[in-house]
Design a binder for this molecule. Structure first.
Ligand SMILES: Nc1ncnc2c1ncn2[C@@H]1O[C@H](COP(=O)(O)OP(=O)(O)OP(=O)(O)O)[C@@H](O)[C@H]1O
Ligand SMILES: [Mg+2]
Length: 415
């Protein structure tokens, strides 16, 4: 039987896995320290598709220690209605314990109740039946259910005499539970349970950077200083070359350099560019530019789809969309501008502009460095200059257009 980790982290992905030495070493050391009685909770933050989930999965795949039991769950896949979340959270822990590839039966209380017979654990059946009883009430006690869920791994670890390491992906989604009037402070609840635990350890990850920074690094947050926050960044040159040559089978320094320049070392962009280079059969410098243009500007290009998703989901989270979009356009034309310059361009007072820029920083699109504002991701900037302004292709463009695109890219990414 394939193990559960192999089913969520297939061989195809494992073969391409590159670098992340620092993150993996950090996790290794932490696990050691946990076994010695210290150790910390860790949070990985990083932009979309930079490789947070793969890093967690790779670590779990490599983890070979019978004293530490790993559980991975992605909060994107769980409901954030408190009572359902509670059931599914405990359900996922049991799923990993059963080493079951199937996710679905562990998401639903009725199937979970049937499964409890196989668990041979009093703690598990007590918890699942408590959920079952609660859900049969006219008005389930959501708080109680969440407390039971958060507390479950610790009770279970004690019963089974193991340490549990929970890998919680897209952790910030937990905050959505606060939309329910019975809850309001899910992080406070989480923290109060966490503080009583000694055999449960947490490694969380997420892509909402500012939001996670607030959760773990601002003093008014219940989880302030409870987690060590680590950034997962773009690849350095060496790792970029390594990944690109794994996919293209090329070692040509010029080609590798170009891929690095276009992707800024973002692993997913490297992957997309290289796949497309293989597809068009041009493993050379111009082929890299062409591949990048196609992935970014074809309607179903992977970079295009990703930028669209990032842009739309980020903009959906803020108020004042119209003016924000104007600023985005200004910065897409030329970034690295001061507030005064941006104010002038959008014809607003500096106070208003500052406020708008703060919102753009909050949703991770823009960063401020030495009083200048930049796009966090240069590829997104390129995308906005084009797709967002209406340049997008349904099918492979003709030779002439493609040449123009390549020339354009040459100019923009020459730095
Ligand atoms: N270390 C790596 N080695 C090889 N490829 C990688 C690596 N990290 C990321 N990638 C590529 O980028 C893709 C996205 O990785 P992953 O899903 O781990 O990112 P993520 O940060 O969890 O993204 P999201 O924010 O969407 O959850 C992978 O499918 C793979 O193609
Ligand atoms: Mg992920």
């Amino acid at each position: 039987m394939r193990s559960i980790i192999e089913s969520i982290y297939p061989e195809k992905e494992r073969k391409l896995f590159t670098d992340r030495e620092i993150e993996l070493a950090l996790l290794d050391r932490n696990t050691q320290r946990i076994l010695e009685g210290s150790g910390e909770n860790i949070c990985f933050i990083g932009l979309r598709r930079v490789g947070k989930s793969l890093t967690l999965k790779h670590y779990i795949f490599r983890l070979d220690n019978d004293q530490v039991f790993a559980v991975y769950m992605d909060f994107e896949r769980l409901d954030t209605t408190p009572e359902f979340f509670a059931v599914q959270y405990a359900g996922q822990i049991l799923r990993w314990f059963m080493n079951d590839e199937n996710l679905a039966p562990y998401l639903d209380i009725s199937t979970l109740v049937k499964k409890t017979a196989d668990f041979k654990s009093k703690v598990a059946s007590d918890t699942i039946y408590a959920f079952f009883d609660e859900l049969n009430k006219a008005r389930p006690n959501q708080r109680l259910m969440l407390e039971l869920a958060f507390d479950f791994p610790e009770k279970f670890a004690k019963e089974q005499n193991i340490n549990i390491m929970l890998f919680l992906d897209e952790f910030q989604r937990l905050k959505e539970i606060d939309n329910f009037p019975q809850i309001r402070d899910v992080l406070g609840l989480f923290r109060s349970v966490l503080q009583t635990q000694s055999k449960t350890h947490y490694v969380v990850a997420g892509s909402a950077i500012r939001m996670l920074e607030r959760i773990f690094q601002e003093s008014d947050s219940p989880l302030f200083a409870q987690f060590k926050v680590e950034r997962v960044s773009f690849f350095e040159k060496k790792a970029s070359f390594e990944l690109a040559s794994k996919i293209t089978n090329s070692q040509n320094p010029g080609v590798m350099e170009m891929i690095y320049k276009l992707s800024s070392g973002h692993p997913y962009y490297i992957y997309s560019i290289c796949q497309r280079m293989n597809e068009i059969g041009e493993i050379n410098i111009n082929g890299a530019r062409k591949a990048f243009a196609l992935e970014a500007l074809l309607r179903n290009g992977s970079i295009n789809l990703m930028c669209k998703y990032v842009f739309e989901s980020s903009m959906g989270r803020v108020r004042g969309e119209a003016l924000l979009k104007t600023i985005i356009r200004v910065l897409a034309k030329e970034d690295g501008k001061k507030i005064s310059e941006i104010s002038k361009a959008i014809r607003r007072k500096e106070g208003t502009t500052r406020n708008m820029l703060e919102r753009l920083c909050d949703i991770d699109l823009i960063v401020k460095e030495d009083k200048l504002y930049y796009f966090r991701d240069p590829v997104l900037r390129y995308w906005i200059m084009n797709v967002y302004e209406g340049v997008e292709f349904d099918a492979l463009p003709g030779k002439k257009v493609l040449e123009d695109m390549v020339r354009d890219i040459e100019e923009i990414f020459q730095k």
